[in-house]
Design a protein. Structure first.
Length: 420
């Protein structure tokens, strides 16, 4: 810790560590014995008191020539109780019981130096066997009756702490004594350069305020929140209802599949045809229009249903004349064998509404009160040609122009009169 010119060098102060580390995870490095215990303890705040521990460990080694023990709770040399009191406070395992800052430690050393050798134990020195600085140096410390070995080491530490002006004043005015060296090579210790005066100690309140400013604010613990439950298809449909009614087509319910000019959603709840038709209208959709057998095949490739699925086909307005709800005719090629059953609509067993067969890519006719899932359709361009309003408009136009009308899907034919 001293070079060939007796210049003090900084020794092992542990490793630099970020202030306010908190409970940061990861490996911690440091030299046992020189590094403050809290640095090895995750979840403990680290500040300038950890450096004071390392300073105390260094002073301990300077005074007694031994490395500090790795798990020592506090260090004492046994040389002088006054110095040991300072060491114990500097190296206390509890950082709250250490010096608040290095200025307090330096102040206690300043007060102790003039009393070394007075009113306390005398420290004998041996000129013939002075302590060697290191194995690679032949320079030894000077011996003096007035300057004890302890005082010399304290003087060196004060230089490290920035208190060189005080130490120089205490020791510099004493008479120079002859140096003792190894016979093979004599060397003189060069006078240590006059250090700068240590700045005045700041009030404890100001120091604490500065320390608090340097510490990063602890992140507030996040309130535990329950795991988010995945949105269901019907929940997403409810969320998008108004947007779909307004003709916006940027987002569709979960499970919707787009094909060509439309988007399709399988409503898996069993409903009568009228319930399914009303449900579709409430969400800006209509029951699906599948004009070709390839459309039915596409459905079976993309959706699964163990029962028939309602569509927008019916002959409720005119018996034996089947239309999709957009007014287009239902092709005879899309039916399953022996369908449809064209019974009169006022017969309770009449089957006037079309559903996708569960076993083949075809259309089946069923009574309106049977309950099946339904296939909903939205046009991607936002148009609604199969809505009730559009169907009524077409019917009114045909009647006004004295053409045979196509009545809206779901119309009852009772004795030649139509009811909806």
């Amino acid at each position: 810790l001293l070079d060939a010119d007796a210049k003090p060098k900084i020794g092992d102060f542990g490793l630099a560590h970020p202030v306010g580390r908190g409970d940061e995870e990861g490996p911690v490095f440091g030299t046992p014995g020189y590094t403050a215990p809290e640095i090895f303890q995750n979840g403990t705040e680290v500040d300038q008191r950890s450096d004071i521990f390392s300073v105390g460990a260094l002073l301990y080694e300077l005074l007694c020539g031994r490395h500090p023990e790795a798990n020592s709770s506090s260090m004492a040399t046994g040389i002088d109780p006054r110095i040991d009191n300072i060491l114990k406070k500097a190296t206390n395992a509890n950082p709250n019981l250490r010096y608040l800052d290095v200025g307090e430690l330096a102040d206690d050393l300043d007060k102790l130096i003039p009393m070394l050798g007075v009113g306390g134990p005398q420290f004998a020195t041996t000129p013939t066997a002075p302590p060697i600085l290191n194995s690679g140096s032949n320079v030894v410390l000077a011996s003096s009756k007035e300057k004890s070995g302890v005082a010399s080491f304290v003087f060196i530490l004060l230089l490290l702490l920035g208190g060189g002006a005080v130490a120089f004043y205490i020791f510099g005015k004493e008479d120079e004594k002859p140096q003792v060296g190894i016979p093979e090579k004599k060397a003189e210790l060069k006078a240590a350069p006059k250090p700068k005066d240590r700045p005045d100690k700041k009030p404890a309140g100001e120091i604490e305020e500065m320390a608090n400013k340097e510490k990063p604010a602890k992140p507030e613990p996040k309130a535990s929140t329950p795991d988010e439950v995945a949105e269901t298809p019907l929940e997403s449909l409810d969320r998008l209802a108004q947007l779909l009614i307004d003709g916006l087509r940027d987002e569709f319910p979960i499970g919707t599949i787009k094909r060509e000019k439309s988007a399709y959603f399988l409503l898996k709840e069993n409903m009568t045809w009228d319930e399914a038709n009303d449900f579709a209208n409430r969400y800006g959709a209509h029951l699906a229009l599948l004009p070709a057998t390839t459309d039915f095949a596409w459905f079976h490739e993309n959706f699964q249903s163990p029962s028939p699925v309602w569509t927008g086909a019916s002959d409720s307005g005119f018996e034996e004349k089947w239309f999709w709800s957009d007014g287009s005719a239902v092709s005879s090629k899309v039916w399953v064998e022996k369908s449809p059953d064209n019974s009169i609509t006022d017969n309770p067993d009449g089957e006037d509404f079309g559903a996708i067969s569960s076993s083949s890519p075809n259309l089946e006719d069923h009574h309106r009160l049977q309950k099946f899932p339904a296939l909903l359709e939205w046009r991607l361009d936002g148009s609604t040609p199969a809505s009730l309003a559009s169907q009524l408009a077409r019917t009114g136009e045909a009647l006004n122009n004295k053409r045979t009308p196509i009545f809206p899907s779901g119309t009852y034919n009772v004795g030649g009169s139509r009811f909806l």
